[in-house]
Design a protein around this ligand. Structure first.
Ligand SMILES: O=C(O)C1=N[C@H](C(=O)O)C[C@H](O)C1
Length: 300
């Protein structure tokens, strides 16, 4: 089976979904469905299920698949990327093959965490997964979480694989970002929310941004403004969005954005241990900031 979105590519605004939990700590599927439906109306390109923002590390495989199926059912036709996690290659390949029958836009694949393989080992890891997948891959480059650095030459070699199409760039290396964009082989998506405007201005194709659960239509508008060359409006939008973006990462993601969504009445604010909900102080600050910045956006 081929991917249902072979030519769509990875551009625009993608939301890495939080996973809502109910009072018993189980996945709140009703809240997840409602969230996807609300985001869909904001002009997003698609969603990512079970990314780091989705607390995939705290979900067992049955829960991950149930969350994915709830997302697919909530918004038929909306491109959905599934996050892959783990560092046991056999288990990971079993998951990848299991998803080959699902209508996914792609897989978001990080380096294996903790074990710190060589560049040759990383090449082998991503190529083996890409060979097993019917879906395109987005490489999730996030060395501060995985402990593995993907060097530019490794990424350039991976870009030659027909199913490796994009990178979610949390690499923290501006020269590498620039080289990947100039090289034109991988679509470069900002993976650090605070770098959305700079990545787009360099020629990046979009972003995967947790903070865009808030005001997705404004983030999407920002991207359109950059694409059409309306930099004055893009900057004005960004200046209004940025205070909330920054506040969303002052405590471990996704606690702050869950606090904001809870204040909007969309879900509970809880996370699975060892992650903790946002502090009361931050939750209050976020509520005030969100109100002030929404007013600022409305004045533009
Ligand atoms: O889940 C994601 O994908 C994202 N993860 C980043 C992180 O928390 O490391 C943040 C980004 O907004 C999206």
């Amino acid at each position: 089976m081929s991917s249902p979105h072979p030519s769509a590519g990875f551009s625009g605004l993608w939301i890495p979904l939080v996973t809502p939990f109910d009072g018993d700590g189980a996945i709140d599927h009703a809240a997840l469905r409602a969230l996807v439906q609300r985001l869909r109306s904001g002009g997003i390109a698609g969603v990512v299920a079970c990314g780091s923002t989705g607390e995939a590390a705290a979900l067992d495989t049955a829960e991950q698949d149930a969350a994915l199926d709830a997302v697919l059912a909530a918004a038929p036709g909306l491109p959905v990327v599934m996050g892959l996690s783990g560092y046991h290659l056999g288990h990971v390949l079993e998951r990848v093959r299991g998803w080959n029958t699902r209508p996914l836009a792609g897989l978001l694949v990080p380096a294996p965490h903790y074990i710190r393989p060589s560049q040759a080992g990383l090449l082998q890891w991503f190529r083996t997964i890409a060979d097993a997948s019917m879906h395109p891959l987005i490489i999730y480059d996030i060395p501060y979480r995985t402990g593995a650095t993907l060097e530019l030459a490794t990424l350039q070699a991976l870009a030659e694989h027909p199913r490796i199409r994009a990178i979610k760039d949390c690499g923290g290396d501006a020269a590498k970002t620039q080289a990947l964009i100039s090289g034109g082989r991988l679509q470069v998506l900002a993976g650090e929310d605070a770098q959305i405007l700079s990545t787009l201005a360099l020629g990046g194709s979009g972003a995967i941004a947790a903070s865009a659960h808030w005001q997705p239509a404004r983030f999407a508008e920002l991207m359109r403004c950059v694409a059409t060359g309306d930099l004055p409006r893009a900057r004005a939008l960004w200046q209004a969005l940025l205070p909330v973006v920054q506040a969303c990462f002052t405590e471990p993601n996704p606690a702050p954005i869950k606090a904001l969504l809870a204040q909007q009445g969309e879900m509970g604010a809880s996370l699975r241990a060892p992650m903790e909900h946002a502090s009361t102080g931050l939750a209050r600050r976020l509520a005030a900031l969100a109100a002030a910045q929404e007013a600022a956006l409305n004045r533009l």
